[in-house]
Design a protein around this ligand. Structure first.
Ligand code: GTP
Ligand code: MG
Length: 344
């Protein structure tokens, strides 16, 4: 045991040494990032759609509100993504399904296309397409925790631009390599962004602070869960300046971490605390029902919620092989900004 593990440490040490020419790839990664960011025109169209839906919904339910959430509002959305909208309503006379069906009727009557109420989905929604803007849209009911975690992600993104750069490239990699598909046991976009935030909280010097450990300036309670954090992020704009790592260096470190350093058996990544915490502490050491906890990513607000719960014993192997592939490409490949995204 001892001999093997000391050898293992030696191998890891060698891998920690980053290739000397990593910086020369930063321009190529930045131009990939720039090509993924949506243009202003698209943001304007999304806002237009939201405004017209508000009008429509408020005619039927004057007190209801519509909120954007997910990638169109968290600042991690690529060009042409679907728009996620949450309808906040407290109508005690109608069930969720009845509200969804009524909403579907209203949308259909307003000439929106492909209107479909999915009342039995894990998250029940109405799907539709707006023929005016060409935007596809999902509307869910009273999913306010998603609205708040969307704001948390957006607030983190404003602190240091390297978060968006890193997360866009990681999401693009995950989509190209087929590991951004929760129904196949790989991770959601939301999980990847949390992994990036946590990684930047862990750099020395840190690139991101832990907003939930600072004095709370934003406090809301949703279904008994209190969400509290420091949201005056314009006061944190200089937080990461002591650290001058570029996006290529960070990508290398991110994939090294998930390929060779993360302790899958014992650790949970936690944006809430800005640290690693132990599976033991969360009682995530064994499978309970369908929660296997093979890779553990704590939701910042719903702390009993592991975003890695979708991962099973087959998909964990695929994921880890992909992390290793990416780490090795960033370490050795002559053309990492191309090879990284090659379709599988
Ligand atoms: P893309 O559509 O892939 O660009 O990213 P997205 O940010 O819209 O992510 P996704 O469709 O995975 O999730 C939409 C939103 O649902 C997230 O931004 C979160 O606000 C919220 N959410 C909360 N809990 C979960 C969860 O367990 N899984 C997922 N997928 N989303 C969650
Ligand atoms: Mg989405």
């Amino acid at each position: 045991g001892h001999h093997v593990s000391s050898q293992h440490v030696r191998i890891r040490r060698r891998e920690l040494q980053c290739r000397f020419d990593i910086e020369k790839f930063t321009p190529a990664f930045l131009s990939i990032y720039e090509s993924l960011v949506p243009v202003d025109e698209e943001i304007v169209k999304q806002k237009q759609l939201l405004l017209s839906l508000r009008k429509l919904v408020n005619k039927e339910w004057p007190n209801a509100q519509l909120h954007l959430y997910g990638s169109c509002a968290n600042s991690f959305g690529v060009s042409k993504s679907d728009v996620d909208i949450c309808l906040a309503i407290d109508d005690t006379n109608m069930s969720k399904s009845e509200i969804l069906l009524k909403l579907a009727d209203l949308l259909q009557a307003d000439k929106l296309e492909n209107v479909q109420a999915l009342t039995h989905a894990r998250v029940p929604i109405v799907k539709m397409m707006d023929p005016v803007t060409g935007i596809a849209c999902d509307i869910c009911i009273n999913n306010l925790l998603a609205v708040v975690n969307t704001k948390l992600l957006r607030d983190y993104a404003q602190i240091d631009e390297r978060l968006r750069q890193l997360a866009f490239i990681v999401k693009h990699w995950a989509k190209s390599r087929g590991v951004n598909e929760t129904y196949k046991g790989t991770l959601s976009s939301y999980a990847y962004v949390l992994m990036c935030i946590h990684f930047l909280q862990q750099r020395t010097p840190a690139i991101l602070p832990c907003l939930q450990e600072l004095e709370a300036t934003c406090v809301v309670t949703i279904d008994g869960t209190t969400c509290a954090y420091f949201d005056q992020v314009d006061r944190l704009r200089n937080f990461g300046v002591q650290n001058n790592e570029s996006v290529a260096r960070l990508l290398w470190g991110f994939f090294q971490y998930w390929a060779y350093y993360h302790d899958y058996a014992n650790d949970v990544i936690s944006v809430r605390t800005g640290r690693l915490i132990s599976k033991q502490m969360k009682d995530w050491t064994r499978r309970i029902g369908n929660d296997r906890h093979l890779i553990c990513i704590e939701d910042p607000f719903e702390t009993s919620h592991d975003l890695g719960r979708v991962v099973d014993k087959y998909s964990i192997r695929i994921l880890r092989e992909e992390f290793e592939r990416a780490a090795d490409i960033l370490q050795y490949d002559p053309n990492p900004s191309v090879t990284l995204f090659e379709p599988y």
